[in-house]
Design a protein around this ligand. Structure first.
Ligand code: ATP
Ligand code: MG
Length: 254
């Protein structure tokens, strides 16, 4: 069975892309057939995987608007079992293009359904908004993984995200559940990090899982994208790499 994981939080810079790229790499290196779908016009996951977006003829956008076969967009990476559907800035146009289309929230789901059975995991990286692209990702997914940056205001806006999920549950994707909340940029030396962790535990207690793995603030994680590599290829021994291996294991163990 394929599991489709949507990585979402409308707050910017909380570690969505870092998680999408590195969780994908960790799952693939654990021998799971993995597809990373870059659903963000910023295309950070595409670049972070070392794909030269300007050299591409077509991207996810063309697949979504029916100008490209989704299959033709699948791009290989340095890791055997990891493939990417890349994005580029033109993806911004999707929302306008779809304005008057019926079923516009289900476009990605339809595209992915044609190739999903080739993969054990499909990871979707979302933009920092609750836009039509994020709705498409939530509609296509089995589970939602929510990165929470260990910063003041971390929980702010979470209500809106959970409300959106509830709306989706009531309509286009009744089966969507939360796989877990992931604490990111955790700094064990600061009180603030511990406070945010505690608050998150309290907020979700008895309702949702907070992963026991948290992702530490780690310079190597910040550096890796500029080399177009997931952390596991850039510095496998780093704390950042080890934490994403642990997260993958937690997900594999269910
Ligand atoms: P956006 O909302 O813009 O898509 P995002 O939620 O995808 O952002 P990232 O791009 O993953 O967030 O991370 C934001 C910045 O923080 C990036 O420069 C990234 O390299 C850095 N970063 C992410 N996680 C860590 C970490 N654990 N330690 C150090 N730096 C990190
Ligand atoms: Mg991002």
């Amino acid at each position: 069975m394929t599991q489709i994981i949507c990585i979402a939080n409308q707050k910017g810079g909380v570690g969505k892309t870092t998680t999408a790229v590195n969780l994908s790499a960790a799952l693939a290196l654990a021998e799971k057939r993995t597809l990373l779908v870059d659903c963000d016009p910023q295309a950070n996951a595409t670049t972070g995987m070392g794909i030269d977006k300007n050299g591409l003829a077509q991207t996810l956008y063309h697949g979504l608007i029916g100008e490209a076969d989704i299959e033709s967009l699948i791009t290989a990476t340095e890791i055997d079992r990891l493939q990417v559907i890349p994005s580029r800035v033109e993806l911004i146009g999707f929302e306008v293009e779809m304005m008057n289309e019926n079923g516009r929230e289900q476009v990605l789901k339809k595209c992915l359904s044609r190739i999903a059975d080739r993969y054990d995991y499909i990871i979707i990286d979302c933009p920092p908004s609750l836009s039509l692209l994020t709705l498409n990702a939530m509609a296509a997914a089995d589970v939602l993984l929510i990165p929470l940056q260990c910063e003041f205001y971390a929980l702010e806006g979470l209500g809106q995200l959970l409300q959106t999920k509830a709306l989706i549950n009531g309509g286009i994707n009744p089966g969507l559940s939360i796989s877990g909340i992931l604490l990111t940029m955790f700094d064990k030396r600061t009180n603030l990090s511990h406070q945010v962790a505690e608050e998150a535990m309290k907020y979700f207690k008895g309702k949702e899982r907070v992963f026991s793995t948290s992702i530490p603030r780690n310079v190597r994680l910040g550096e890796a994208p500029s080399f177009g590599k997931p952390i596991l290829l850039y510095d496998a021994g780093s704390m950042g790499a080890q934490s994403y291996i642990a997260l993958a294991k937690e997900i594999l163990d269910g």
